[in-house]
Write a protein that binds this ligand. Structure first.
Ligand code: MIC
Ligand code: SF4
Length: 646
């Protein structure tokens, strides 16, 4: 039961109901919520659909940071809706340009010991200051805003014991890449990572936040550090020492597994295309030619990282032919760099200063040229996420990014021949909370024509005649299911966005997934998706459930389904099933029929669920499925999703 851990203490302090057995559901009270615009528009439409007059949390913040390009009116229409619905419902609004939700929330609102859920998978950034911060689908965040408890499986706790301290040019990013090489991006559902040991005190809050941010890539529920004197000092710099509380695990705390990492043994690392766990030492990649370097995002867009880059680039120039883009994590960070002159060093070295926001991390611009290498300090390098098919994106620390920008090729920063700059964090962080817009009851909600309605599903039928619309392999991410980038502006227009579901698998001249699914739906059958291991990794976007649902998908069957995606499927009335015998995956093909008889009754009486596979030649096979549904989940799936439940 992971006794005496920080996780257990925070859950105990927020316990509402449920079990304390790992894997069993526990409901916890949520203190704070955050949303970002790409998931937030739908979340607030859902909040409205639930007839919630005003949010019931200690603090709810709505950030605009993802959809910033304003190519066409859709983005700004979303911004106007978000600003006015926030004011109306009692939510603080952070306008475009203010900062990436995770960076800004950490700076201005995060608090040790509190619970936070956010409609973005990198919400665990808050774990850097000992907050229990969890990513979730928009509907779950809407429910938390309405004051409802949040359900998680009671977590197993993976204790990561840190010893030693980092060597120059070796970074927090390399620590999380090291952990990703050990734990990989799959198989960690239901766990939380908690850091402890003497190495913790050597890491600053921004370093800790980089580590917990990218913990999302492990697929764990969240990651967190203790709250100690380092946390207190950082909060003091933010003028927020009043929220500090100390939090640490007991000396005899019990972890379900312990991994030891000696920080002194960490070397510069890179995640190779196209998964954050394909980790190699930068020295092994030395010499590979690079066309583009990008520094920033919610993982490495804070003051320390950008100041380090500026100081290392001062008086130097980036290599001819290379482009270097900088996307600052927050307005305070950018303004501090501008005021102390470090911005000038970046500009003089040849950097292109991008807007404060997610930008290229979510494929909003800066797509690389075909066949070229892009090196990024971001957290995801899933195939095609850059906006270029066949992309080769590597994930590195800001230190390595600087070395690559200066040389035009993969270079271990320790070979640069000069010392890694030491960045002194400013005694007082610049901040201007006046740019946040405060709630104002009665504000009229602006709803331009591109703001749709959240679509509703129909109840699950008892006799379900399914047809397999697609069969995919391991580690399918929500970026595969629901591409972002140029399509991001369609997030509040479900019919239009649905046209690009699984777009990356469309073969030239053949019908797309959307066309096939709609044909199955129009023939009165239910669409079925077959996945393999770790289906639904990555982003929290509930559109990866809503759009398939809109196209008539009723069942997703896989070997394993990741936590947030699984919750999103259930919320929108899609039945998630797990193969009881993994070998049955091999028997399935696109176009096969999958029939379920007495399905509602089967779900009501327990597990397993029996289906009948009918091949094109008429051959039949009985397939057994397990399912991860709690009693409440079953009620929801039977009703066709949470919005159909009273
Ligand atoms: C991401 O990094 O993939 C995103 C874009 O921030 C998503 C949210 C979204 O799809 O809007 C996430 O991480 O949840
Ligand atoms: Fe934005 Fe990228 Fe962070 Fe997602 S991972 S919140 S797209 S910066």
């Amino acid at each position: 039961m992971a006794k005496g851990t920080v996780v257990q203490k925070i859950i105990d302090a927020h316990y509402v109901s449920g079990s304390r057995t790992p894997g069993e559901p526990v409901a916890i009270k949520i203190d704070q919520t955050l949303t970002q615009d790409a998931t937030g528009t739908m979340a607030y439409l859902e909040l409205e659909a639930m007839k919630t007059p005003k949010v019931d949390t200690e603090l709810s913040v709505s950030y605009v940071d993802h959809n910033m390009a304003q190519n066409g009116p859709e983005n700004r229409n979303d911004h106007l809706y978000l600003r006015t619905v926030a004011a109306n419902k009692g939510v603080l609004f952070s306008p475009p340009g203010n900062g990436i939700c995770h960076q800004l929330h950490l700076e201005r609102f995060g608090a040790p010991g509190k619970t936070l859920i956010g409609s973005d998978s990198h919400t665990p950034t808050g774990g850097g200051i000992g907050m229990m911060a969890i990513g979730a689908g928009g509907l779950d965040v809407a429910l938390a805003m309405a004051g409802k408890a949040f359900h998680i499986p009671y977590p197993k706790v993976i204790g990561v014991k840190l010893t030693g301290s980092l060597s120059p040019w070796c970074a927090a990013k390399d620590v999380i890449l090291k952990l990703l090489s050990i734990l990989t991006t799959k198989g960690n559902v239901g766990s939380v990572v908690e850091y402890f040991g003497p190495g913790v005190a050597t890491l600053s809050v921004p370093q800790r936040a980089t580590i917990t941010n990218m913990g999302a890539e492990l697929g764990v529920t969240t990651s967190l550090f203790p709250s100690d004197e380092m946390t207190r000092a950082w909060l003091r710099r933010q003028n927020r020492e009043n929220v500090f509380v100390p939090l640490e695990a007991d000396a005899d705390a019990e972890y379900d597994r312990i991994i030891e990492i000696d920080l002194a043994g960490i070397v510069p690392l890179a995640a190779c295309p196209s998964s954050p766990d394909q980790v190699k030492a930068v020295s092994e990649l030395a010499g590979i030619e690079v066309d583009q370097v990008l520094i920033g995002s919610c993982t490495n867009g804070g003051y320390r990282d950008l100041a380090m880059a500026a100081m290392a680039l001062r008086g130097r120039r980036i290599a001819p032919g290379v482009t270097l883009g900088i996307s600052p994590g927050s307005r305070p960070v950018l303004e501090m760099l501008a005021r102390n002159g470090l911005l000038a060093d970046l500009v003089a070295a040849g950097a292109r200063i991008l807007e404060v926001g997610c930008g290229p991390c979510i494929g909003q611009g800066q797509s690389p040229a075909n066949g070229t290498v892009s090196v990024r300090t971001f957290n995801r390098n899933f195939a095609g996420r850059t906006g270029t098919k066949g992309d080769q994106a590597y994930l590195v620390s800001p230190e390595t990014a600087v070395a690559v920008a200066l040389t035009g090729r993969f270079t271990d920063p320790r070979t640069l021949g000069f010392d890694c700059p030491r960045v002194e964090e400013p005694e007082k962080f610049w901040s201007d909370d006046a740019l946040f817009q405060k709630p104002a009851a009665g504000t009229e909600i602006i709803r331009k024509p591109t703001i749709g309605e959240p679509p509703l599903n129909t109840p699950l039928p008892d006799e379900l005649a399914g047809e397999i619309v697609i069969k995919v392999g391991d580690k399918i991410t929500t970026d595969h299911i629901m591409p972002a980038g140029v399509h991001l502006k369609l997030r509040s227009n479900i019919p239009a966005y649905s046209r690009v579901v699984f777009e990356c698998f469309t073969e030239p001249g053949k019908p797309s997934f959307a066309e096939r699914a709609a044909a199955v739906r129009d023939a009165g059958k239910a669409g079925v998706i077959i996945g393999r291991d770790s289906y639904g990794q990555g982003s929290s976007r509930e559109h990866a459930a809503i759009c398939p649902m809109y196209l008539g998908v009723k069942v997703v069957a896989a070997l394993a389904i990741e936590r947030i995606h699984r919750a999103n499927l259930i919320n929108f009335g899609i039945l998630p099933l797990l193969f009881a015998d993994p070998a049955d995956y091999d028997a399935m093909e696109q176009g096969d029929a999958l029939l379920f008889h007495g399905l509602r009754h089967q779900l009501a009486v327990g597990k397993p669920v029996t289906g009948e596979l009918v091949k094109a030649d008429g051959k039949k096979k009985t397939i057994l499925f397990n399912h991860p549904l709690s009693g409440e989940d079953i009620v929801m799936v039977l009703a066709g999703g949470r919005l159909n439940c009273p």
